[in-house]
Design a binder for this molecule. Structure first.
Ligand SMILES: [Zn+2]
Length: 83
């Protein structure tokens, strides 16, 4: 489960996505884009339906990487703050 942060915090950290633990209107419990507050689940399903050759494995790897970067950024920020 990703860490829960506000959109403002994510913006400060320079993140592309943030996670609020609030379901979107389509009941996705996924991260949202900082730029437009759009649910990533909605964005992905939109993308998948518009593309015949969806690449779920690559997408999964991509989001895992994004998530890892987000966690690293938060951890780094916390480490800096605690000093
Ligand atoms: Zn959604």
């Amino acid at each position: 489960m990703p860490e829960i942060i506000t959109r403002a915090q994510a913006k400060q950290l320079g993140l592309k996505r943030y996670f609020t633990n609030v379901r979107c209107r389509r009941k996705h419990l996924s991260a949202r884009f900082v730029s437009n507050a759009t649910c990533c689940g909605c964005a992905l399903s939109r993308e998948n339906s518009s593309r015949l050759a969806a690449l779920p494995e690559r997408q999964k790897a991509h989001w895992a990487e994004v998530e890892a970067r987000q966690r690293a950024a938060i951890a780094e920020r916390r480490a800096r703050q605690s000093k």
